[in-house]
Design a protein. Structure first.
Length: 259
């Protein structure tokens, strides 16, 4: 079993071979647990509805009106689109959000006064995911969570949600699928993809501004997971052919963040 996070930046561009690769892995008994984003689609719908949106350190400022759109787009539109694509490849998938079966419990983030209804994961209902997997389905999870009282919804950054799920399931590996071939650095005037990176190097690149924007929640989630049972987090480009099976076979691809 492994956790795969699929970014909104890349979802629409994923080739059908990507989903066929998932079917192949499922047939081999290597089950992906999928957590997806959808930031660009949320911004698009908010724009169409004339609701203003803003990010503070990579987190969307979220109120109830924004949450209505986040839930509609993530748990409705995007989640079902991914499930349909996986099913078309012949694999079995089941979509749910962190609300269903109390899958993801959260507490308000430390800077809730700045970003509003955004959550940090406190608990994942791992038994529910294991049950779905035992029935032969791969779970497809939208990052919306519930507060401790079970009544309030929260928006969760998809990288943060994926990292927390990987940690709680105790999987060996998390694969982060995005629109760049890995963490890039300019060396001698040339932009290269770093095959691997340490926590220290990540922190230095954040300080220098070489890691910025949407890459920051990814590396932060990666650092948090490798401090637990997860051995490695690999950041790859989803349009690379057979990217998942190649990474799982150990091919040097993308950027590996290791303990
Ligand atoms: N050092 C870096 N290497 C590669 N990409 C980076 C780096 N720093 C920042 N980025 C940005 O991070 C983006 C990926 O994050 P994001 O757009 O949030 O994707 P996703 O929707 O997949 O979560 C890249 O497109 C790139 O603009
Ligand atoms: C709190 C927060 O920022 N939530 C994100 C959830 C979606 C997401 O993370 O999507 P990507 O992986 O495509 O960026 C948002 O509202 O955009």
């Amino acid at each position: 079993m492994f956790v795969m996070k699929c970014g909104g930046s890349t979802l629409a561009a994923l080739p059908s071979s990507f989903f066929e690769d998932m079917k192949q892995l499922q047939d081999e008994g290597i089950i992906p647990v999928i957590v997806h984003g959808g930031g660009p689609a949320i911004s698009d719908t908010l724009g169409k509805l004339g609701i203003e949106t803003e990010f503070v350190n990579g987190l969307r400022k979220t109120n109830e009106a924004v949450l209505d759109v986040v839930e509609m787009v993530l748990s409705g539109q995007i989640n079902k689109e991914i499930v349909r694509k996986i099913q078309l490849s012949g694999a079995r998938a089941m979509g749910l959000s962190g609300v269903d079966g109390h899958l993801i419990q959260v507490r308000p983030v430390a800077n809730a006064h700045e970003v509003g209804l955004v959550g940090d994961v406190t608990h994942v209902n791992a038994e529910l995911l294991q049950g779905i997997i035992q029935m032969g389905y791969m779970p497809v999870i939208a990052p919306v969570g519930l507060g401790a009282d079970g009544g309030q919804r929260y928006n969760i950054n998809a990288d943060t949600a994926a990292g927390a799920i990987a940690s709680q399931l105790g999987v060996e590996r998390m694969i982060v699928v995005t629109d760049v071939p890995g963490i890039m650095k300019t060396v001698g005037g040339e932009k290269i993809v770093l095959p691997s990176i340490t926590v220290q190097e990540i922190n230095d690149m954040i300080t220098s501004g070489e890691i910025y924007g949407g890459m920051i929640p990814k590396v932060r989630a990666a650092i948090q997971c490798i401090q637990g049972k997860v051995n490695e987090v690999i950041i790859v480009n989803g349009s690379e052919p057979q990217v998942l099976s190649r990474v799982i076979k150990g091919e040097v691809l993308g950027t590996r963040i290791v303990k």
